[in-house]
Design a protein around this ligand. Structure first.
Ligand code: CTP
Ligand code: MG
Length: 231
């Protein structure tokens, strides 16, 4: 299934504490952002990449795009205060397509087979998001005291990509904007419309580079993948 992808890249990376946009930090030999861009560049089903960026970082990102021969970028609109606004700025600029994926630029380890699965489920059912099962026992805590243990069977940690039929995501974003609703992912906006969202079991390797220790996981994942390739 063909799709276009929106990559929000206009964050500040505060939790990483690197004093710059964390997407510019290197993992092995390349910036995090370039690792992510290359996955979509190499996926034959991806027909366009939209990047939400900060105005002051646009020219540097354009240089990265040229240096790494990324050919599919269709636009780099200005991102917003919150991630949802950044995604919206891309959706507003793109022309209608059948399926759109939203993927954190900070998740460089997503694989093409999972992207394909998400795009196909979204095309058939409207909405599909990546997630993994919670590994630890989960408890609700209030004021430092355990209130309740939650049934782990029904708990998932959600990731991106989140894939949607374009019309459905546009409607969800328009409604959210109209009522001033702010969600932490796109699925929340679609949930509010009462539409079913399918979960596609993904990998714990699809980690978001958020804090310093994620860089260590990231280096280890790359090393393991390179080792596998050289066998
Ligand atoms: N993002 C964005 N616009 C924002 C905030 C975030 O495009 N206003 C992007 C980030 O660049 C990242 C993705 O959304 O690729 C996921 O967000 P997150 O991991 O929270 O990144 P940051 O917001 O940069 O980090 P932090 O929250 O630690 O400041
Ligand atoms: Mg953030």
């Amino acid at each position: 299934m063909r799709y276009e992808v929106v990559l929000p890249a206009a964050g500040s990376g505060k939790r990483m504490g690197a004093g710059q946009n964390k997407l510019f930090l290197n993992l092995a030999d390349k910036p995090i952002l370039v690792h992510t861009l290359l996955v979509f560049e190499q996926d034959a089903n991806c027909t366009g990449i939209w990047l939400a960026v900060k105005d002051e970082e646009r020219s540097f990102i354009q240089t990265l795009i040229e240096n790494y021969n990324i050919t599919k970028v269709k636009g780099l609109p200005t991102g917003g205060e919150e991630r949802q606004h950044s995604v919206h700025s891309c959706i507003k600029e793109m022309k209608a397509v059948e399926v759109v994926l939203v993927h954190d630029a900070a998740r460089p380890f997503i694989t093409i087979p999972k992207i394909t699965e998400l795009a196909e489920v979204a095309y058939e059912k409207g909405a599909a998001i990546a997630g993994v099962r919670a590994k630890d026992t989960m408890k609700i805590v209030q004021n430092g005291l355990i209130k309740e243990t939650v049934d782990r069977e029904s708990l998932w940690m959600v990731q991106t990509p989140q894939a949607f039929r374009y019309d459905l995501l546009v409607e969800a974003e328009d409604v959210a904007e109209k009522v001033g609703f702010l969600g932490t992912d796109e699925a929340m906006l679609v949930e509010r419309l009462g539409h079913d969202i399918h979960i596609v079991e993904c990998s714990y390797e699809n980690v978001k580079m958020t804090t310093q220790e994620d860089l260590i996981f990231g280096e280890a994942i790359l090393e393991k993948r390179n080792l596998r390739k050289s066998l």
